[in-house]
Design a protein around this ligand. Structure first.
Ligand code: SF4
Length: 96
């Protein structure tokens, strides 16, 4: 027995709908993983560049990302996983 043409077309349409439905979710998941705490960044005058030779990777509050150059997190800036190892803010504490 062979599959009826309508059944084959239906299966193809179902697969297309499944793929189309998954695309926006993949975008949302990627977006949900990256977050910035703009309010606290502003109050701490966070910047993505070092200041006076001091940067996040030398700060005791910095939690490194997957590599030396990857963005990480900061112990005092919650809900933010976009802290640059080369960044700086007024709460800098020299790592011992
Ligand atoms: Fe960077 Fe400031 Fe956090 Fe230290 S306290 S890791 S300087 S954002």
């Amino acid at each position: 027995m062979t599959e009826k043409p309508n059944a084959s077309r239906r299966n193809c349409l179902i697969k297309l709908v499944q793929v189309a439905a998954a695309i926006p979710l993949a975008g949302v998941a990627a977006h949900a993983m990256a977050a910035k705490n703009d309010a606290l960044r502003k109050s701490l005058q966070y910047q993505d560049t070092p200041k006076d030779g001091k940067d996040c990777k030398a700060c005791a509050q910095f939690v490194p990302g997957a590599s030396a150059t990857a963005k990480g997190t900061c112990k005092i800036i919650p809900n933010d996983d976009e802290i640059s190892p080369s960044g700086w803010c007024t709460a800098f504490v020299q790592k011992k």
